[in-house]
Design a protein around this ligand. Structure first.
Ligand code: GCV
Length: 702
């Protein structure tokens, strides 16, 4: 081969390599989340091009980040390579700015502290003002969001403040990198390499959180390892806290209640023991010495085998208060209300209320009680938890589960904003809606982030992280508005896309509720993985871990009687609320079997007998998933091939598994009620024994 040909071949190979790199750089793998800042077009582009990149950077690292974000984001929206922009220092800001400037005032006493900001027209341009630097960062993200949605800068006029002080993510991550109920790879925290090495992903995570107003993260699982309270972990925690501080993310840890014994060398963890109290105080002091803005402790106590004050015949209040006094005014102790005991077999749904309501008023002021959205456990649908509104002298915080343990995990598409809104908007009958009750405290979401390139196990699961932050910032936002802004930033601004994808997202959670647990059924998931159906399971050692405990299905009927003739859980709600649910003939059917045991031939408001209605709902859930898959298929022209294919694959899985849920459930109910299928109904594809025999050793477990 001649030298010329060799050179040409080498050049060709180099060109191919360069192309490969270029296309890899373009690959949409989901890592950039909703912060893609895809170039604008047409008038929107012209308007943003007219905004000069003028930012004010003072010495504060958070203000600097806000400036960086704007420079980066505006350049991207303008379709330009990243440019440094014009940075005006604090001292020069006193001089008149060029007309049409974009500027910051981050210590504006007219704006309240705590993250509030205003974006107003000023000097022919725009000014972001905030009472403190974090408000400027939130303002920068808000401005970029508005521009990304195509808003005209001349018409942007915002005045925002967060609805609640704590907007947290709870990570159920273990020191060895395992994520409990995690469906997106391993933990984002690499405790092995910390403190020397901090993965860039942790910084990118903080940026994403800040962009939606999240302001704290609990870095370890509620089934807590005591390691996090040892000296060895303090430098690791400090390294993360230092990286997160400029983004306004405070670090919290889960505290294992038995830690004074486990790692403190004490013979007891009795919260009233002076040595135990001194130990907690010393631990809190050590943490605050390293991390002055340490958020505090989250505690799961006397729940599912975790240690707690009741091991020493102390109350939850006595336990929480010991930790709260150790932390003092520096932070908070978040105590979980998720407790249910093996002994009390009346009704699991009643137990947290019974346990905590008598303690109202006994907690230190820096204790917050964290209450799951519903009284059982993050099911596809539950009524709001009766504790909301029932403890007027205690700050209550909402706990939601972003990770979708019971809603199809990574593969099933279920947009959760409508789910959380259902609870946040519910009238408690005791001092307003749930959102109003939690406003003095906040919201925590069990995070769905992991080491997967797309962070959340699926592209659409990112929407739940996004929606959680947005709702914690402002629970009055509508599910559709949040879906719309997420989809526009994450995928495409095209009307043809948004007009279809938003309704698809809005319908998705209801579809899951219908093909898994229609009409208020609950906890019918198989043991361990909680992914597929297991309504027949009835032999687990604790009755309330069995699906049959919740369905109460027998020849005569189905559903859990929580009225006065049954467990009377209904009486835990305010009379005005209980009245809506007391009568099976008038209750919202979505809660029918949650509160009532009714005969199979019970006439539902639809006119169908219960058995027919149940089958109808399963079928409707399956049909909605098929429609979602068809909708997505029609959206190919708007979506990059990588994310399009990933989502299409997952919708195929969901279609198949929605049928699995429907068929296995119907086969089981039929084995109980002995009824023929309603006329025209497709019989289950396999026998009940087939479904019972399925096992999934490869599924993510407990
Ligand atoms: C952390 C559910 C999950 C458990 C989880 C528990 C909790 O029961 O299945 O894995 O444990 O909730 O919230 O504490």
């Amino acid at each position: 081969m001649g030298r010329g040909l060799v050179n040409r071949l080498l050049a060709l190979i180099a060109a191919c390599a360069a192309l490969a790199v270029a296309s890899a750089a373009q690959a949409e793998d989901g890592y950039r989340l909703w912060l893609r800042y895809a170039p604008l077009e047409g008038e929107a582009l012209a308007r943003v091009r007219a905004l000069p990149l003028v930012v004010h950077a003072d010495q504060d690292p958070t203000v600097a980040l806000a400036g960086e974000e704007l420079v980066h984001g505006l350049a991207k929206l303008r379709g330009e390579e990243r440019r440094p922009g014009v940075v005006i220092t604090a001292s020069r800001l006193a001089r008149p700015l060029p007309p049409g400037s974009l500027s910051f005032e981050c210590r504006d006493s007219a704006v309240p502290p705590g993250g509030a900001f205003a974006i107003k027209p000023a000097d022919g341009g725009l000014r972001i003002s905030a009472g403190e630097p974090i408000g400027c960062l939130y303002g920068a993200f808000a401005l970029l969001r508005e521009l990304s949605l195509g808003r005209n800068p001349a018409k942007i006029d915002l005045d925002e403040r967060p609805a609640m002080p704590l907007r947290l993510l709870d990570h159920w991550d273990d020191p060895n990198g395992y994520v409990l109920r995690g469906y997106s790879g391993r933990s984002i925290f690499d405790w092995w390499k910390l403190p020397e090495h901090l993965d860039q992903r942790l910084v990118d995570y903080a940026r994403a959180d800040a962009s939606i107003g999240i302001n704290g993260a609990v870095v370890n699982s509620v089934n807590a390892s005591p390691l996090f309270l040892t000296d060895r972990y303090i430098p690791k925690l400090r390294r993360i806290a230092d990286a997160w501080r400029p983004y306004g993310i405070r670090l919290y840890i889960c505290a294992r209640f038995s830690a004074p014994k486990d790692v403190g060398g004490l013979p007891t963890a009795d919260p009233l023991d002076p040595a135990v109290q001194a130990w907690w105080k010393a631990r809190a002091d050590a943490l605050y010495a390293a991390i002055p803005d340490f958020g505090g402790f989250l505690v799961k106590a006397n729940s599912e085998g975790e240690p707690g004050p009741q091991d020493y015949h102390r109350t939850h209040a006595e336990g929480a208060n010991t930790l709260a006094r150790a932390v003092g005014s520096r932070g908070v102790v978040i105590w979980r209300a998720f407790v249910y005991s093996a002994e009390d077999q009346t009704d699991r749904a009643k137990q947290a209320y019974n346990e905590f309501v008598p303690l109202d008023g006994q907690f230190e002021p820096n204790v917050i009680l964290q209450v799951k959205n519903g009284p059982v456990d993050f099911q596809p649908r539950e009524p709001f938890h009766p504790l909301f509104g029932a403890m007027p002298h205690t700050r209550l915080m909402f706990e939601g589960q972003i990770t979708k343990e019971y809603l199809g995990q990574a593969t099933h598409l279920a947009y959760l904003a409508p789910y959380w809104k259902e609870v946040l908007d519910a009238q408690t009958g005791r001092g307003g809606t749930v959102a109003q009750v939690i406003a003095p405290a906040g919201m925590a979401g069990v995070a769905n982030t992991g080491s997967d390139r797309n962070w959340s196990g699926s592209h659409f699961n990112q929407a739940n992280w996004y929606a959680f932050g947005r709702l914690a910032w402002d629970p009055t936002l509508s599910s559709a508005q949040i879906a719309r802004e997420w989809a526009m930033q994450t995928f495409s601004r095209e009307r043809g896309f948004i007009g279809k994808v938003v309704p698809m997202m809005i319908a998705s959670r209801e579809a899951v509720a219908e093909y898994m647990t229609p009409l208020g059924l609950t906890h019918q998931m198989a043991t361990g993985h909680h992914y597929g159906p297991g309504p027949w399971i009835c032999n687990l050692k604790r009755p309330e871990w069995n699906p049959c405990y919740y369905s109460r299905a027998d020849k005569g009927g189905i559903g859990f009687d929580r009225t006065a003739s049954g467990s009377n859980a209904l009486a835990q709600y305010a009379p005005s609320v209980a009245a809506q649910w007391a009568d099976p003939r008038t209750i919202d059917e979505d809660y029918l079997l949650w509160f009532h045991h009714v005969p199979w031939d019970f006439r539902t408001p639809s006119g169908r007998p219960l058995w027919g209605e149940l089958v109808y709902r399963y079928d409707r859930g399956v049909a909605t998933v098929d429609e979602m898959a068809a909708t997505w298929a029609s959206l190919a022209p708007y979506v990059d091939p990588e994310r399009f294919a990933d989502t299409a694959d997952f919708l195929r899985i969901q279609s198949r598994e929605a049928r699995w849920w429907r068929d296995a459930s119907i086969a089981y109910w039929q084995s109980i009620n002995g009824l023929p299928l309603p006329a025209g109904t497709r019989p289950p594809e396999h026998s009940l024994d087939y479904y019972k025999a399925l096992s999934f050793p490869e599924a993510p477990g407990e």
